[in-house]
Ligand binder design. Structure first.
Ligand code: GUN
Length: 283
């Protein structure tokens, strides 16, 4: 088994499948990405989404709005694209400037076009394990795909998720529960997180703190799998994850940062975009 769970070989295969799916479609799937302000990571992520779309033959436009845009002007822009039947997927890159209410997005983007999977209808269908059409949020989807692709079985496993964000921790807990894992969702108020993480088969860290997870969180078996969702700016060497480097020698397999969960998330956006486009054509 390879120690590093790299996204690259999986994304290469996914890109082939996605390109092939798109080449069979009459109309190119079209994603509109809203970017508000100049938050540096958001500038990078939105650009990566656009590049990925174009590499597989989808269309993507980034609507870049000023940081001080008012709610009514923002809503009006979003509404225009939400109603446009040529647009199959829309996402608003988070975080938003303080004057904008992130919940307003869900009132405007219909759930079919919500490729982020944040709309209440999408969350509810994930909650219910619905058979009807819905979008799974991209990071949870990407993590599950990564595990599947490396033949890491989920049913019956003890999974410890650290971090309860609406973007990662909470939807991931629902998705892994749906896939028959036994999920423990830890957070900043959890007492003795180590007690939970040490008995886990899979530890997923999404707290946004550089090198949060050190070897005290692991047991001594060296059989644990670590998924590092963190992307923290590091003054000395670029991007770094939520997992301390000392953990590499103490686990069975671990995702690198960069090159692990990040690219899988972007693949998830385009996966959802294609499904959105097919669904909107009644396919
Ligand atoms: N910011 C960080 N992660 C995400 C994501 O998955 N979607 C959006 N829209 N913004 C983000």
């Amino acid at each position: 088994v390879s120690k590093l769970l790299k996204a690259k070989p999986i994304v290469r295969i996914l890109k082939k499948q996605l390109s092939s799916d798109i080449s069979e479609m009459k109309e190119r799937p079209y994603l509109v990405v809203f970017l508000v302000g100049e938050h540096p990571p958001s500038l990078i992520y939105t650009q990566k989404k656009k590049i990925f779309c174009e590499e597989v033959g989808a269309r993507c436009d980034i609507i870049h709005l000023p940081a001080n845009i008012e709610q009514h002007a923002f809503n009006a822009k979003l509404s225009a694209f939400a109603k446009d039947s040529n647009v199959h997927g829309i996402l608003v890159q988070l975080p938003l400037p303080k004057q904008l209410d992130p919940n307003a997005i869900n009132e405007i983007i219909p759930y079919e076009k919500d490729v982020d999977g944040f709309h209440p209808q999408n969350i509810f269908r994930l909650f219910n394990g619905s058979k009807d059409f819905y979008h799974i949020s991209c990071t949870p989807w990407g993590i599950l795909k990564l595990l599947e692709s490396y033949n890491i079985s989920v049913p019956g496993k003890n999974v410890c998720i650290i971090g309860r964000s609406s973007i990662v921790g909470k939807p991931l807990a629902l998705l892994l529960t749906q896939h028959n894992a036994t999920v423990t969702l830890c957070h900043s108020q959890t007492q003795n997180i180590q007690k939970h993480s040490q008995i886990a088969d899979i530890i997923i860290v999404a707290v946004g703190k550089k090198h949060f997870l050190d070897k005290t969180y692991l047991n001594s078996d060296k059989k644990q799998i670590i998924i590092d969702v963190g992307i923290n700016q590091c003054a000395t060497n670029g991007l770094t994850g939520d997992v301390a480097p000392e953990c590499i020698d103490e686990c069975l397999q671990i995702t690198p940062v960069p090159g692990g969960v990040g690219p899988m998330t972007i693949a998830g956006v385009v996966h959802n975009l294609i499904r959105a486009a097919l669904h909107q054509k009644g396919l």
